[in-house]
Write a protein that binds this ligand. Structure first.
Ligand code: FAQ
Length: 382
């Protein structure tokens, strides 16, 4: 099945004179020079197969007395920890922190793109963008639901975000100034998101790993649509090409910063990797992203804004200029170009939606009361 799919996918770019993505690695096309099955989506498919196979195995019931040994054995065996299993408090807290931050990012991440829904250049582009923004809402919902399995309510997570106690990704604090920014977000931001998130399909916590499989499939599609927008602009008029280049120039370093601080400053990486929540370090994933984009930029006919970007045959990777980590820390502290605007908009949307939550709660209470009341048939028998 995977082979047939890849043959079909590979036949598309050669048939299309609009967009040659045949040599592009990292989206839903595998690099044709690599062995079959080596694309990011193939990795997602492998992770899904692995998950199903693991689920079918009987690993025995968790013994509360030996909880810690059982947890360590499950992690060592690359099995999944499930909500009912014993887990260290730190593991639970780390997952809540990371998964909630991830969920918040998907929700806040709708804002920069939604800014262009009413100004998309055609009906087709508008429909695609609407669908993409809806997908991000869906990702937020899967992730909030997965986080709730750790014993925290969605309301509590919302309060933590609104109170500034939980973060969302730095990247969504940058403005979308032109239509080309929508292409750059798809190519670079969704591209960085899938490089970071494909390994999370193999995360040790079952509900998170399962949510990531579906999310990665959709993110891969998002990345491709961004690439296609940029490709169209880069092969359009000189003004359109300049607009595409300007967007890439502005989004490149913030996208590199999405992977977090360098490994030497990453407070959580060592423990998260020992627990197999994270499978690769921030710098390893950042390097992988740079290597992927350097090749894709040549297909786009655009340049990445780094004069020191060059292939290093000894390392088998591209050398590159790292992002400004002081800027990342400032954005994380709330001082990025759009932090205040994003939170103010989110607060207003939350308040505007109060009547929906009230109506839903009233309806749920009515249904519960009806279910609890004696049924007419029971009454007649009394
Ligand atoms: N922004 O010790 P580490 C998307 C914080 S979804 C803000 O290295 P960790 C889809 C970090 O929380 C994008 N904060 O942390 C989309 C920690 O602070 P704390 C979101 C950051 O967790 C596309 C401190 O710095 N993706 O794009 C950032 O081991 C288009 C120390 O850092 C995820 O959340 C940052 N960039 O590694 C939607 C993926 N980086 O809590 C719409 C899941 C670091 O101690 C449109 N998350 N921090 O106060 C992860 O993989 C990890 O959490 C990392 C950070 C890699 C982000």
């Amino acid at each position: 099945m995977a082979d047939t799919t890849s043959v079909v996918l590979h036949s598309l770019p050669t048939d299309s004179h609009h967009c040659n993505t045949g040599r592009v690695y990292g989206n839903d096309f595998a690099d044709p020079d690599q062995p079959p099955g080596s694309g990011l989506l193939d990795e997602v498919a492998d992770a899904e197969r692995e998950l199903r196979a693991r689920n079918a195995q009987d690993v025995g019931a968790g013994d509360a007395g030996a909880g810690s040994d059982y947890f360590a054995a499950l992690v060592a065996a690359d099995q999944k920890i499930e909500p009912r299993d014993w887990m260290p408090d730190g593991y639970r807290a780390t997952l809540i922190r990371q998964m909630a931050q991830h969920a918040h990012s998907e929700i806040i991440g709708m804002q920069p793109e939604a800014n262009w829904i009413t100004r998309a250049p055609s009906l087709k582009r508008k429909a695609i963008l609407l669908a993409k923004v809806q997908d991000e809402a869906g990702h937020g919902l899967y992730l909030y639901a997965a986080t709730e399995t750790l014993g925290v309510s969605r309301d509590a997570l919302y309060e933590l975000l609104l109170g500034g106690k939980q973060k969302y990704s730095s990247i969504f604090n940058y403005p979308t100034l032109t239509w080309a920014d929508i292409g750059a977000i798809g190519w670079l931001v969704d591209g960085a998101a899938i490089v970071n998130q494909v390994p999370l399909c193999r995360c040790s916590y079952g509900p998170y790993a399962r949510a990531m499989i579906r999310i990665c499939k959709e993110e891969s599609f998002h990345q491709r649509q961004g690439f296609e927008i940029l490709h169209t602009l880069a092969h359009g008029t000189p003004q359109q090409k300049a607009m595409a280049q300007d967007a890439v120039d502005r989004w490149w370093y913030p996208s590199l910063a999405m992977f977090g601080p360098p490994d030497t400053d990453s407070t959580h990486s060592a423990q998260s990797m020992a627990w197999k929540i994270k499978r690769f370090s921030n710098d390893d994933l950042r390097q992988r992203f740079v290597d992927m984009c350097a090749q894709q930029a040549t297909v786009l006919g655009l340049t990445l804004p780094d004069p020191d970007l060059r292939w290093n045959p000894e390392r088998g990777a591209y050398d590159y200029t790292p992002p400004d980590y002081a800027e990342l820390m400032e954005v994380i502290r709330g001082n990025g170009p759009c932090n205040r605007q994003r939170m103010a908009h989110h607060r207003a949307a939350h308040e505007d939606g109060a009547w929906v939550r009230e109506a839903a709660s009233a309806y749920a209470a009515k249904r519960a009361a009806r279910a609890a009341a004696p049924q007419p048939s029971e009454l007649t028998h009394v």
